[in-house]
Design a binder for this molecule. Structure first.
Ligand SMILES: CSCCC(=O)C(=O)COP(=O)(O)O
Ligand SMILES: [Mg+2]
Length: 228
């Protein structure tokens, strides 16, 4: 029986275009100046040190790190350090009302139903945990953070790695057969399935004919009794 549902964000709860055309450009336009001014702030300094460790350049200057972060952004590299910094920059955008977290209209009502039915709801995205909380906290449907009891980012591992799903199951203290992962990306679902999880693929835009996962277009098409 499904006892916890873990959802991806981009392409699953949220339009990919919001992430790529609103969030990513917002952070990109501000990143260099932000780091030049704020690199000593403790949370920023910690992310920059983590980046230095990630690229094995302990003495790298702020300018060198900015260059590295632009290379990551150009290639959509899911670096934990980049994701932490993007999340810090997005906070200003959400708090100023520059944008709200996009949610497809079927998402909030279904999350509320599942929560009322006693299911545990969690998020797993490459976006940092703080960025996830911002998106759901300042969403089109209001503050949805009270619905969620867990948030996971690349600190548990990459989304296409089976070990990441084993780590999440361990932290939730639930067997994998009680867990359902929702994502638009077949390779992420493949990894979750190898860890013993149930899976369901959201097809919001283009069809995925290579997928072997159950597919739906909307959250209200997900029937939990299907997952035995
Ligand atoms: C918290 S919304 C921003 C998501 C993000 O930064 C991202 O890179 C999406 O990656 P995902 O692996 O979740 O598709
Ligand atoms: Mg996705």
């Amino acid at each position: 029986m499904i006892r916890a549902i873990v959802t991806d964000i981009e392409g699953t709860t949220t339009d990919i275009r919001f992430v790529h055309q609103v969030l990513f450009p917002y952070a990109r336009q501000r990143l260099a100046e932000f780091l030049r001014h704020e690199h000593d702030q403790p949370d920023v300094a910690a992310a920059l040190d983590a980046l230095r460790a990630e690229i094995d350049r302990p003495q790298a200057s702020v300018e060198a790190l900015i260059e590295q972060l632009f290379t990551y952004m150009d290639n959509d590299v899911k670096s934990t350090s980049l994701k932490v910094l993007q999340g810090i920059i997005w906070r200003t955008g959400y708090e100023n009302g520059d944008f709200r977290g996009h949610l497809y209209d079927d998402v909030a009502p279904q999350l509320e139903t599942w929560k009322a039915d006693g299911l545990q709801l969690c998020v797993y995205s490459s976006g940092s945990v703080d960025a996830q909380k911002l998106l759901f906290g300042y969403s089109d449907a209001g503050d949805l953070t009270p619905l969620f009891s867990g948030y996971f980012d690349t600190r548990v591992g990459a989304k296409r790695e089976t070990e990441s799903y084993q780590n999440i199951a361990e932290q939730l203290i639930l067997p994998p057969q009680d867990l359902l992962f929702l994502s638009d990306i077949r390779q992420e679902l493949d990894a979750a399935r190898l860890a013993g999880w149930h899976t369901c693929q959201l097809i919001r835009d283009d069809a995925d004919e290579l997928s072997s996962h159950l597919q739906v277009n909307r959250f209200d098409q997900i029937a939990l009794e299907t997952f035995l």
